[in-house]
Design a protein. Structure first.
Length: 469
């Protein structure tokens, strides 16, 4: 597409501000889990859903958000998403019940998925050369730091208790920012569209969201599993039905949500599996660690948020050095190294919290969470490269959208699985529950890492993944 639109530095700043809001709201809730739960009389299952439902709606709608921007104009959809995100944030802020909060979080994920794809698409459409590279660098850096910013900002806002609003201010802060971005967008963000308009896969969206919920609800409500086995078993026929519909769409030159042809190449399947492991384990770790710090060690929201600053900083550092790292080793080896560092971080977190209990210091916690951030950065960079390495050029956009969809889905499912393990063992103490949850996440991480490393030695491994490529 010809880049005949101008995106100023102020316009780029505005887009980055828009990028931050949905990303911050992934992590900002973690530091307020205990106080939100107490205020809304929510148990651990409800807290899992507060985090996970955001990921579900985000995952289901992100590909459609990108297609709506291509079709109707990216600035229009960006503004629509921003306005909807403001309303959804207000709904979360005024929630008087857990049901109201869950509706608000679903809406936040939906509108966040509308606005997010427009940011990178606008950068690609408007900039080229050095300006494009600089903008992508800023976009990546902000994504890396958003976890630390979300934890830190959320902790500060909740602990400050502005106007006696407590945790509600963490959602209300979105409103003036959204209004400012909307007001300036008309002048600073150019309107762009795609020359190629993709069709909407509404059937795929509906089936995929139903499939996710058929997994998420039984897992989240683990203590009631005997009553929910039928819902869990429904995931198998739903998965088959989704596959058949997506295959039919692709055969008729439509653009399905999850193109089946992407999964026929083994290296792509391995890449998607490794990407799933990254998000699944990372999200689960964040949830149970933050919950334990607040519930068992009685950390304030601010102290809980500060405990994860090192994670965000080391993720950013890892993202910066990962490219030079893979010049010396393959992406498979880089993924394995990241997995090992992450695993050490997981175990160190559990051991330190169990050993020091309420006397644990931020320095000790920062060492453990920093390892997780560094390892996760290596894993994420490598998994993304593995997944997209052998995708044909004409399928690059579809593959990237599918990868984002699966990534956000695993964010929700990882939170649910870790939360379910935590709930099942909570009667034996929060520290015991944390240990079991991290053990499950560690086993999943090891098994998938072994699968990825096994593929490294596969005789048909593609040359595109040799070191330094």
């Amino acid at each position: 597409m010809q880049k005949d639109h101008t995106l100023s530095s102020l316009g780029l700043i505005l887009l980055v501000m828009g990028q931050l809001l949905p990303q911050l709201d992934f992590s900002i809730v973690n530091v307020g889990l205990n106080v939100i739960g107490a205020s809304l009389h929510a148990n651990t299952t409800a807290l899992v859903l507060i985090v996970a439902l955001y990921g579900v709606s985000f995952a289901v709608c992100i590909a459609t958000g990108a297609r709506l921007g291509d079709r109707f104009g990216r600035r229009k959809i960006f503004i629509l998403g921003m306005a909807g995100f403001a309303v959804a944030s207000a709904l979360c802020a005024i929630s008087s019940s857990i049901v109201m909060m869950l509706f608000g979080r679903l809406a936040q994920g939906l509108f966040g998925a509308l606005l997010m794809p427009q940011i990178l698409a606008t950068i690609h459409a408007c900039l080229s050369g050095q300006k494009h590279s600089r903008a992508i660098g800023i976009y990546t850096a902000v994504a890396g730091l958003s976890v630390a910013l979300g934890q830190m900002l959320g902790g500060y806002l909740i602990s400050a208790d502005f106007f006696g609003l407590g945790w509600r201010v963490a959602f209300l802060i979105n409103l003036p920012i959204c209004v400012l971005i909307i007001a300036l967008s008309f002048k600073l963000i150019p309107e762009t569209r795609s020359n190629h308009i993709s069709s909407m896969d509404f059937k795929g969206m509906g089936l995929f969201s139903t499939l996710l919920l058929s997994l998420l609800i039984p897992i989240s409500m683990a203590e009631h599993w005997p009553l929910l086995w039928l819902l869990l078993l429904a995931s198998a026929p739903l998965c088959y039905w989704l596959w058949k519909i997506e295959k039919h769409l692709e055969r008729h030159a439509e653009q399905p949500l999850l193109p089946p042809s992407l999964f026929t190449v083994k290296i792509t399947r391995i890449g998607f599996l490794s990407e799933s492991a990254v998000t699944f384990c990372y999200a689960g770790y964040l949830f149970v660690s933050a919950l334990t710090l607040q519930k068992a060690l009685h950390f304030s929201p601010r102290l809980s948020g500060d405990s994860f600053i090192a994670l965000g900083i080391m993720f950013f550092v890892g993202s910066m050095i990962s490219r030079s790292l893979v010049r010396k080793m393959s992406y498979f080896s880089s993924f394995a190294l990241g997995s090992f560092i992450t695993l050490v971080g997981f175990i160190t977190t559990a051991v330190l919290i169990h050993h020091y209990n309420a006397t644990i210091t931020l320095v000790q916690l920062s060492f453990a969470t920093g390892l997780v951030g560094l390892g996760n950065a290596f894993m994420l960079t490598s998994a993304y490269r593995i997944a997209l390495s052998n995708v044909p050029l004409h399928q690059a956009g579809a593959a990237s959208s599918a990868l984002n969809t699966i990534q956000q889905s695993c964010f929700a499912l990882g939170t649910a699985v870790a939360g379910a393990c935590y709930s099942l063992f909570l009667n034996h103490g929060a520290l015991n529950a944390l240990g079991h949850a991290i053990t499950v996440l560690s086993v999943i991480l090891v098994l998938i890492s072994l699968k990825v490393m096994h593929f490294k030695h596969h005789p048909q491994r593609e040359a595109a993944l040799e070191p330094g490529q």
